[in-house]
Design a protein around this ligand. Sequence first.
Ligand code: XUL
Ligand code: CO
Length: 434
Amino acid sequence: MTDFFGDIPQIKYEGADSTNPLAFRHYNPDEIIMGKRMEDHLRFAVAYWHSFAWPGGDPFGGETFQRPWFGDTMELAKMKADVAFEMFNILDVPFYCFHDADMRPEGANFAESKRNLEEMVDYLALKMESSRTELLWGTANLFSNRRFMSGASTNPDPDVFAYSAATVKTCIDATHKLGGQNYVLWGGREGYETLLNTDMGTELDHMGRFLNMVVEYKHKIGFKGAILVEPKPQEPSKHQYDFDAATCYSFLQKYGLENEVQLNLEQGHAILAGHSFEHEIATAIAMGAFGSIDMNRNDYQSGWDTDQFPNNTPEVALAYYHILKAGGFDKGGTNFDAKLRRQSLDPVDLIAAHVGGMDICARGLKAAAAMVEDGGLEDALNERYAGWQTKSATDMLTAETLDDIAARVLKENINPEPRSGRQEILENYVNRFV
Ligand code: XUL
Ligand code: CO
């Protein structure tokens, strides 16, 4: 036991009228929503990196958090894990996610980093034996160390490609050993700073081969988790190849991976790409590539990836509406890839941030479920597309050519009458639920 969280008790559901800042007012894990426990719908995960490894820096200043486990020794890494599992227990959260670099000190060379990771994986496995918190996903940090400054799998230097492949292998092994349900690849440095020094076609081919090797390795070792790519348009690179859901899907298709790899979508990344979160989710669902979500928002004024905890029920509700309509999460879940503001120094801030995020998601989920059950949006969609239920309409898709259709338009004097899209009525409808 560490004493980092002092006497903060396990957080309980107290109902919507509670004024206790450390209670859930909406997140009631056992409440049944559309036939399933709320906890099993939401599948919350804590991100190891932001909660326990992030020092609170910004472009103008360094560390504001002075956590007792900051430092490069295995002993401190184990203290960090102890604190992490204490927080998982306080939140009673079902999952966590990690990068290799969050939980082990960097070694002097690859072999030492690998040994450190393996020792920490054994330590986490031990902690997990006496905890209910499981691993949602693991991933490799192929972006912080300076060796990755020009990319990982897309680096012009083949030695960096090799180092990245070896690193990902160790991270898939770690994820597999800890029973992870997914493995994520986010390519913050897979892109470019300037096209003047970049052979984009070659880099994309290398990234395609790399991802194929990941899939081959997953099958070789019998890892049953999903392989997920996480889109982001830019930051840290000026341009990232995994720009958004649609770009990722066409990449997967080009390299023959569309049936092997799904997407982990992050709200803040959607915003950076000029999309809404529900756009990214709906795109992935339409492509059959939806996997999991990182539920953290950006500040709409700052224009960069601020990774804040969610606090906007309507946005969250629309995201879960699409997810529920598509049948909910399979292996995926709701990861808070979110960090405190750098002035939020106290341990209680870390707990309160997660409590608030979990509560907003629960509220959003309940609103989404109420909309699905009411069926108003679905009815409006069915009505809008009702014309496609007729034989003459479906014949166009299955039996007719362009000139058949042109002849029919002339013969039947087809003269379409525009109909209202009813956007405001639908927005008003949503506002009844959120
Ligand atoms: C960065 C980001 C990553 C990925 C995992 O913006 O979202 O933390 O989620 O590497
Ligand atoms: Co993320």
